[in-house]
Write a protein that binds this ligand. Sequence first.
Ligand code: G6P
Length: 614
Amino acid sequence: MCGIVGYVGDRKVAEVLTKGLSSLEYRGYDSSGVALLADGQTKVYKAEGKLQNLKDLLATKEDEIKTANVGIGHIRWATHGVPNETNAHPHTSNSGKLAIVHNGIIENFKELREELEKRGSIFKSQTDTEVIAHLIAQEYKKINNLQEAVRVATAQLEGAYALCIIHQDVPNTIIATRRNAPLLIGLGEGENFAASDVPAIIEYTKKAVYLDDNQLAVLTPNSVKIFDKDNNPVAVKPEMLPWEPIALSKMGYKHFMLKEINEQPDVMRNFLSGKLYSADEPIKLEEVKLDKAKLKDLNRIQVVACGTSLHAAMVGKYVIEELCEIPVDVEASSEYIYRKTVTDEHTLVIGVSQSGETADTLTAVKQSKARGSHILIITNRPDSAMAREADSLVPVNAGIEVSVAATKSYVAQLMAFYALAIHLAEIKESADKEYLKEIKNELLLLPQKIELLLTKTDKIQKCSRMYSSSKNFIFIARGINYATALEGALKLKEISYINATGYPAGELKHGPIAMLDETLPVLSIMMTGKVYEKILSNAQESKARNARMIALTDSTDEKLDDLFDFVLNVPHVHEMVSPIMAIVPLQLLAYYIAEFLGKDVDQPRNLAKSVTVE
Ligand code: G6P
């Protein structure tokens, strides 16, 4: 799981490649490399660690690479083989003339490697990718046609790949191909591009073609030709990319994460625009292709997702069950795909994914589609592989999210679940109209209330400093905010590496309470409503065990100051929409703790934003 980029043209190739890679760092960042054709030779440069190390290396090689007009680049998130210089891409053939970069996993690499070794390939790395380089090189030796060699070699691969390939005997050319991994071709004037994702090329062109599975593209400075798996030419049908380069700037914030947290009120307004203007009107969700008859025919909903998206789905379950009288199951996609699930044409399957590329969720969605379920996709990437599986596609329109820790996409996914639940309830007439009106009204007011919260972060910053030396952290909540406790803990773990766990508050006494002592902070999420008093009692249990007590609440009860060491107040909201309000201070808490500890906030260790491997 990684990012790849390719360029043919007159610009400074190394610069185009490293810039492209820096916008793909959300796909991995443990090592990187480029291969260039310069002075008739394939030249490879690789570096372990952050991309800056590769940039520093290339800065010392300017003379060697100044004539390059073709190149490919890679940024890695290690799957096979530790992150070091040898395992970094590009990988090369025995002669070093052919170089490739790869995103994906080759499942039959062991068998292929044994075969190739018998036939004379000498392997340098522990990666699955290197087999592709040798396989293409051996085919090329036989047929002396690079395009055909790539076609024949990739037909032998099992698994997922997006590839860019160059060869010093085939100047001015990149071959690009894919199966189950994203790859798009950017079309320029006298130059062309290939990349795993839009941000890598958007600075240079807004015209692009998304390659389909098993298609192969041949790029030269003045032409792009596309072929299907049987080598038949395919018409090149460019689309305009709707992206603005400005979205990739930090806009004066120290980190992308802080910028993205602050964008949340606008993201919410953006989501509601065109869908909800007044609480008196029904919500408009034309993207959902389910009518009354189809809804009647459904007997369950299954939601599949990973990470932060899974937490959004948990809130979604609560809201849909509350308003729509349909049972909802939520499951981590990685669990869903390896068991017998009761899924059929009477099941609505909802896939939730910021990137729309997460391999586990994509597989879960494909499996349920094959069983005849209606597929509804909630994603920030309407151009993604998952979106292409959708019968109903609900884009969340949060804009590019760069920080690995998801923030604004979570809030946008929550908005999508509220809109969906209200929409289904309005079709089914399954909820009281006044109740729905109340919730719609709250949704309309929320962006402003969150804006208010974001202008007053002093207390959150102070709290973050006070608790930043904690080794462990517990978040407790009940009801609709149980998912908020999990998401708050996940944010803290991801970026500060503090061992944080979320529990349903009522479960504390069944085990976790044994851990409590005067060193352990317990943060109680106490939004007013049905379970407020209950969670207050659970907080008392922690106080009685001398835990360090933090409250997050929209209550103005002054007595809370006696029970808690620290009270983080947020504006009052209706309990049903409180997960949107409650998550924001927790995102900020995680952010300020990580920042205070000097961690790499936007690119935490070992993680990647888009996980395209199972
Ligand atoms: C990775 C990211 C998480 C994200 C999860 C699911 O683990 O680091 O932030 O929540 O993938 O990603 P998706 O794109 O499917 O929402």
